[in-house]
Design a protein around this ligand. Structure first.
Ligand code: NAD
Ligand code: UDP
Length: 318
């Protein structure tokens, strides 16, 4: 090929998408970032505008997607991702997981491109198997509030496999576990940005329920590496990418108070409906087929993320 690989990233102006745009540019790709800014922001890609191999298209991917010229890879990351966002935009979330995935797959088929779907640990719902391996089918409430996200992603996985089986499209599916890092929206409602913002402002940290529910948080750089390896591998079928280091939400809140040196107290609020009680990836498959495992400890990842939050809140140099 006497041209750089051309890669479309839907949701490219979001938290994860913007890091992917950077990585694929660094790998020498021509990157077409597509986004409608429903939960993302032009700020996330401002530093890439003007790069000779970077292009931005403002488009809602639930409508027919037109991209001129060849495409080698289509990465479908468009979707509200934080519970606060998808509860605010339930129909858009269902549409982008269903119609958006269909459009992105149709484009990949037309261009002969390899397709990668951003799926989620939410396909496991409130899991009855712990930790979660890829062959666990999950415990999802389809009519619950979180169902709009979980079922959209489950449909998206089914649609992706159907395009593979019936149209021969090359596909990859990444099941992403809770990821954090710079460029998360301060007000996206997820535990980490909420706690960090509260701690830095000296406000109480709002732990939902008794805080005994667990999550396993991975740093963005580890995720990006896992996604890149998966895309370039020949493994078809879902692969968990997450950091197996599990922590209760109460302990996590305490860790952030300690890290920030904050005097904030912890207060307890009602647990949202269908909030999963545990979540931890089984990453044996990623280790085996991708030779991947996380490299950034929570302490180091949180330290890097704290710098970003301080900067956004105008607290640097203080
Ligand atoms: P984000 O909200 O920062 O990014 C999503 C991006 O998609 C935003 O820029 C948004 O504007 C865009 N978008 C949404 N609907 C669109 C549409 N119809 N057309 C065009 N653009 C649209 O969220 P994120 O955390 O970066 O998540 C990115 C992807 O990764 C999502 O698909 C999400 O489900 C998945 N994921 C994220 C996590 C996590 O911990 N962050 C975990 C599991 C899965
Ligand atoms: N959470 C919390 N306080 C907050 C925000 C979230 O206790 O201010 C809890 C939430 O109920 C969940 C966990 O933290 O148990 C992780 O929530 P997040 O929204 O980050 O991700 P998800 O629930 O999708 O894993």
């Amino acid at each position: 090929m006497n041209r750089p690989p051309r890669t479309l990233i839907t949701g490219g102006a979001g938290f994860i998408g913007s890091h992917l745009c950077e990585r694929f540019l660094a790998e020498g790709h021509e990157v077409i970032c597509m986004d409608n800014f429903i939960t993302g922001s032009p700020d996330n890609i401002a530093h890439l505008i003007g790069h000779e191999r970077f292009h931005f298209i403002h488009h809602d991917v639930t409508n027919f997607i037109y991209v001129e010229g060849p495409l080698d890879y289509v990465l479908h990351f468009a979707s509200p991702a934080s519970p606060v966002d998808y509860l605010k935009y339930p129909i858009q979330t269902l549409k982008v997981g269903a119609l958006g995935t269909h459009k992105a797959l149709g484009l990949a088929k037309a261009k002969g491109a390899r397709f990668l779907l951003a799926s989620t640990s939410e396909v496991y719902g409130d899991p009855l198997v712990h930790p979660q391996p890829e062959d666990y089918w999950g415990n999802v409430n389809p009519v619950g509030l979180r169902g709009v996200y979980d079922e959209a992603k489950r449909f998206a996985e089914a649609m992706t496999m159907a395009y593979h089986r019936y149209h021969g499209v090359e596909v990859r599916i990444v099941r992403i576990f809770n990821t954090y890092g710079p460029r998360m929206r301060l007000d996206d409602g997820r535990a980490l940005p909420t706690f960090m913002t509260q701690a830095l402002k000296g406000e109480p940290l709002t732990v939902y329920g008794d805080g005994s529910q667990t999550r396993s948080f991975q740093y963005i750089d580890d995720l990006v590496e896992g996604i890149y390896r998966l895309l370039m591998s020949d493994y078809v079928g879902p692969v968990n990418i997450g950091n197996p280091e599990e922590i209760s939400i109460l302990e996590f809140a305490r860790e952030i108070i300690e890290l920030t040196g904050s005097k904030s107290e912890i207060i307890f609020k009602p647990l949202p409906a269908d909030d999963p009680k545990v979540r931890q990836p089984d990453i044996s498959l990623a280790r085996r087929v991708l030779g991947w495992e996380p490299k950034v400890s929570r302490r180091e990842g949180l330290r890097r993320t704290l710098e970003y939050f301080k900067q956004r809140l105008g607290l640097t140099g203080s």
